[in-house]
Design a protein around this ligand. Structure first.
Ligand SMILES: Nc1nc2c(ncn2[C@@H]2O[C@H](COP(=O)(O)OP(=O)(O)OP(=O)(O)O)[C@@H](O)[C@H]2O)c(=O)[nH]1
Ligand SMILES: [Mg+2]
Length: 200
């Protein structure tokens, strides 16, 4: 898929003022700082679209980005940021859950994990949540540029074991060097435009 157009549409802090429009949505989920906003920038080829930071806790709202006037990429706040104030953490958790429970057009969640580390307990809970509510998800092991090929080979089985997924269900990705970008775009295309022929 070629991303021709991408634009920020809206931030939501509570469910209710959602623009909807019936267009399909793909949402980014993962702990703070794992690279959710960077993944959106990587997908769209626009490094300035979603705000990123080396400090966790950058994305604090549900942010909707309209792609090719056809579907939304949805950036969510992260979880598991230990130093965030308790109230703030609860607010982010409510936003994530509110979005996941209420979006009628959510086609798939990208569950991001850092390829360098075993998934956390929060990651496991998140995956259990997605399974419980029957929300289709794909595990994206990101920051792949930080590991050698051999190291990646060793970390994928750890991710699979911890989250209970198969190796072929894990997409390796790097927002820095574009590893895995095309495969993720193909996956998105399959979800959001199932009737349109693939562009070569
Ligand atoms: N090397 C490398 N750095 C990455 C990659 N993806 C993200 N980063 C860096 O990781 C940091 C966090 O990235 P964000 O995209 O802001 O992470 P986030 O998950 O949106 O974080 P919150 O909004 O705080 O939940 C930034 O410094 C990014 O530059 C990657 O694939 N490779
Ligand atoms: Mg973010």
């Amino acid at each position: 898929m070629i991303v021709r157009k991408s634009k920020f549409v809206k931030s939501l802090n509570a469910f209710g003022d959602y623009p909807g429009q019936g267009m399909p949505e793909i949402a980014m989920v993962g702990k703070s700082n794992v690279g959710k906003s960077s993944l959106i920038n990587s997908m769209t080829g626009n490094s300035k679209l979603a705000r990123t930071s080396s400090e966790p806790g950058k994305t604090r709202l549900v942010n909707l980005y309209l792609i090719n006037e056809a579907f939304f990429l949805v950036d969510l706040p992260g979880y598991g940021f230990a130093r965030a104030p308790k109230q703030e953490k609860q607010k982010w958790a409510d936003m994530i859950e509110g979005y996941l429970r209420n979006s009628r057009n959510l086609k798939r969640v990208f569950q991001l994990v850092d390829i360098r580390h075993a998934p956390t307990e929060d990651d496991q809970l998140m995956v259990e949540y997605l399974r419980h509510y029957d929300i289709p998800f794909t595990v994206v092991a990101t920051k792949a540029d930080k590991l050698s090929k051999a190291q990646r080979g060793r970390s994928i089985p750890v991710i699979c074991r911890t989250l209970g997924v198969q190796p072929w269900e894990v997409m390796v990705h790097s927002s820095k060097d574009g590893t895995g970008r095309e495969r993720l775009l193909d996956l998105i295309e399959g979800e959001v435009m199932p009737t349109v022929e693939t562009e070569q």
